[in-house]
Design a protein around this ligand. Structure first.
Ligand code: ATP
Ligand code: MG
Length: 382
């Protein structure tokens, strides 16, 4: 595999690359107001330091307070371990999950729960409701829990082609169906609700997306897609300054999910803070997506264009990076290769601009949705 990837890297060797110190690397970041430590990584924007929050707060902000005894966790059925604590099925009610929070941070739990209720009301098929929150008896009642509807299926992470799960993605058509749906969900995040509020889920990693094979045959989509884990969400009013930043963050996830869906074999993202996600992109992307060591650090979007990326990545991505099985699943491989090349150019040029926090770049999610639909039409139906 390494040899194959080196080949892809080779495909970009003719790209203009300036030697260190030539001025290429020391150009200021597009948004020069950002301090080095504040630059976003591929997936995350710098977080504002959160002020110390009260451990408990009396008001329930519209979320029901429920008793622990009604929603006891089934410790034999652990669904996941998150940064906060475990997530378990509810005893006697497999359609519900109880999420235990190790940190007694009431505001965080409320934020997650309120987001669930807002989004469930707005878009019931892609979000899970929160049935209530409460205090668990642990730690003198200082530990919190929240009860959510259970999302059907498995995480997008485990559904990736590389894991060959029977419930997961086995055909490129399915991968594109999921991408299309996720892009539609992103589009709806960029539209205000009736109160003029925008709601962004900013942690769209594959562990926070559930997919289930749709049961009813007449359903248009093969998979049902549900977002979970509302621990990093942002609600803003139309016109708020942070709306643009949220849209850019969501767009960077689209780039990453595109790779994960089509090429899960070739890369993964280790999210530990000491790892730079840029360095985990497939080999051929790296020359374009390297953070400079110069100060102020800059990404390289200044010298990038969609065409440069397309030319460099099209062939190698199709033959070496995309999941091997997918190569045999096109009605017209040549057209598919070309279309994927076009998408890669536009998408990753956008990802680079989004990572530079380019003030005048606003991602056009609809265009990418249309692209995925077109690409899916080139896949075989069997
Ligand atoms: N509503 C749900 N339905 C089905 N499975 C769930 C649900 N909520 C959580 N899970 C499972 O538990 C895992 C961890 O839950 P969640 O992502 O909410 O925790 P977290 O502590 O916020 O995680 P992290 O911070 O690591 O992302 C999920 O990846 C998923 O596998
Ligand atoms: Mg999670």
């Amino acid at each position: 595999m390494r040899g194959a990837l080196a080949g892809l890297a080779g495909a970009v060797k003719d790209m203009p690359r300036s030697p260190a110190g030539s001025g290429y690397n020391d150009e200021p970041a597009a948004n020069s107001k950002l301090q080095p430590q504040q630059l976003p990584t591929l997936l995350h924007s710098p977080r504002k330091a959160s002020p110390s929050k009260p451990k408990k707060q009396p008001a329930f902000q519209g979320v029901a307070e429920v008793s622990w005894e009604r929603f006891l966790p089934d410790y034999n059925s652990k669904l996941g371990t998150g940064a906060y604590g475990g997530v378990y099925s509810v005893q006697g009610n497999p359609d519900q999950v109880v999420k235990l929070f190790d940190r007694g941070d009431w505001n965080d739990v409320m934020k997650e729960s309120v987001f669930a209720q807002d989004m469930k009301a707005r878009d019931p098929s892609h979000y899970v409701d929160c049935l209530g929150v409460g205090n668990s008896p642990d730690d003198d009642g200082n530990k919190l829990f929240a009860v959510f509807e259970r999302a059907a299926g498995i995480t997008l992470h485990s559904a990736a082609h590389r894991f060959h799960s029977g419930d997961g993605v086995s055909h490129v058509r399915q991968a594109l169906d999921i991408l299309e749906q996720l892009t539609s969900i992103m589009i709806s995040m960029t539209k205000p609700d009736r109160e003029g509020q925008l709601h962004f889920h900013l942690d769209l990693k594959p562990e926070n997306i559930m997919i289930a094979k749709a049961s009813a045959k007449e359903q248009a989509e093969e998979f049902q897609v549900t977002l979970i884990d509302y621990g990093v969400v942002r609600t803003s009013k139309v016109g708020d300054a942070d709306v643009h930043d949220s849209a850019l963050q969501v767009f960077r996830w689209l780039g990453w999910i595109f790779l994960w869906m089509l090429a899960s074999e070739t890369f993964t993202v280790d999210e530990s803070p000491d790892k730079n996600p840029w360095e985990q992109l497939p080999e051929g992307f790296k020359p374009f997506f390297k953070r400079s060591d110069f100060r102020p650090p800059a990404y390289r979007s200044e010298k990038l264009s969609p065409q440069i990326l397309q030319d460099a990545l099209e062939e190698g991505f199709y033959t070496q990076v995309m999941s091997a099985a997918f190569r045999k699943q096109w009605k017209s491989p040549d057209k598919a290769k070309k279309k994927i090349g076009l998408i890669l150019g536009d998408l990753f040029h956008g990802v680079a601009l989004a990572s530079d926090c380019s003030a005048d770049f606003m991602p056009d999610f609809q265009k990418f949705r249309d692209d995925f639909v077109e690409l899916r039409q080139l896949a075989k139906n069997d």
